[in-house]
Design a binder for this molecule. Structure first.
Ligand code: CUA
Length: 314
């Protein structure tokens, strides 16, 4: 359909209403703009100085005409106001019983937490056909949570909560953007919202990792659960250094020093990521000190050791 070229995919209950509003407002504005410009041009040419057009019909006063062009636009403006307000209220009023998800913005990533305690980074899984309420805050500066396919956007502020709700109507994966300029890597503060069928969502929630694979080693499962892959996959958009195949190799730090990547270095980098940054990377990684205990750390280190270069694109 032609609006697919003009509009992002539409995948929430509010999206068709927002689109309809935009089309109607744009259509009305375009209609009056072109009507006025066309009439102006036509009359300017017809009654130009020296033309022999008949000027006898010119009446300085025409009450009927003046009342018409005052009352009609007033009614149109009031209708536009009422319709937009109704849509705005639907957009802002969070339905009773909406499922709640907590969102934390941070330079430069999105951290999301489900009611079950399950956490995600830069990716959000939600069930289709269920109203979802997002309660959002920021750890540092202003960010803004925007999912074009849902037609919802809301600023995320440090020191207070803002909310947003949506109900997805179509399973699929949709873009998530930060739409408030928030520093160097603002353009990379992106992610995805994956809409799952109810049953798939339940299965996803119950799976211990966000990867939905059953034969993971405990270390792999932790690696997936904490979203390490979102920054360390070695891809173009990776915010952190690639880990695959790096164990035991030399790395240059921001300070110019070189170190060998060993257990101690990995431990320090997980518990205190800012201590020894790899050259060329910004201090973005969250501190995992309270999220990963020493036992789990061993499992993670085991997994990082076992990662081979070929896994880089996983
Ligand atoms: Cu966060 Cu832009």
């Amino acid at each position: 359909m032609f609006e697919n070229y003009l509009m992002p995919e539409s995948a929430s209950t509010i999206a068709p209403r927002v689109d309809a509003l935009i089309w109607v407002l744009t259509g009305m504005s375009a209609f009056f703009f072109f009507a006025v410009v066309a009439a102006l041009a036509f009359l300017a040419i017809k009654y130009r100085k020296g033309s022999d057009a008949n000027r006898d019909l010119a009446h300085p006063d025409n009450d009927a005409l003046e009342i018409t062009w005052t009352v009609l636009p007033t009614i149109l403006a009031v209708v536009m106001f009422v319709v937009s307000t109704a849509i705005f209220l639907q957009y802002r009023q969070i339905p009773e019983g909406a499922s709640e998800i907590y969102v934390t913005g941070k330079q430069w990533m999105w951290k999301l937490q489900h009611p079950s305690g399950k956490r995600e980074i830069n990716s959000l899984h939600v069930p289709v056909g269920v109203p979802i309420k997002l309660t959002m805050t920021s750890e540092d500066v202003l960010h803004s949570f925007f999912v074009p396919a849902f037609r919802v956007k809301q600023d995320v502020l440090p020191g207070r909560y803002t909310t947003l709700w949506f109900e997805a109507t179509k399973p699929g994966t949709y873009h998530l953007f930060c739409t408030e300029y928030c520093g160097t890597d603002h353009s990379r503060m992106i992610g995805s919202v994956t809409v799952l069928e109810q049953a798939d969502y339940q299965r996803w929630l119950e799976s211990d990792d966000s990867v939905m694979a059953s034969n993971l080693t405990p270390g792999e499962a932790l690696y997936a659960k904490h979203g390490c892959v979102t920054c360390h996959d070695g891809g173009d958009a990776a915010r952190g250094p690639m880990l695959a195949g790096k164990y035991g190799t030399e790395e240059t730090l921001n300070s110019g020093e070189t170190i060998i990547i060993d257990d101690e270095y990995i431990r320090e980098s997980i518990y205190n990521p800012q201590a020894k940054l790899v050259a060329g990377y910004a201090p973005l990684m969250p501190v995992f000190k309270n999220l990963i205990n020493e036992e789990e750390l061993f499992l993670l280190i085991e997994h990082i050791k076992s990662m081979e270069d070929t896994e880089a694109s996983n």
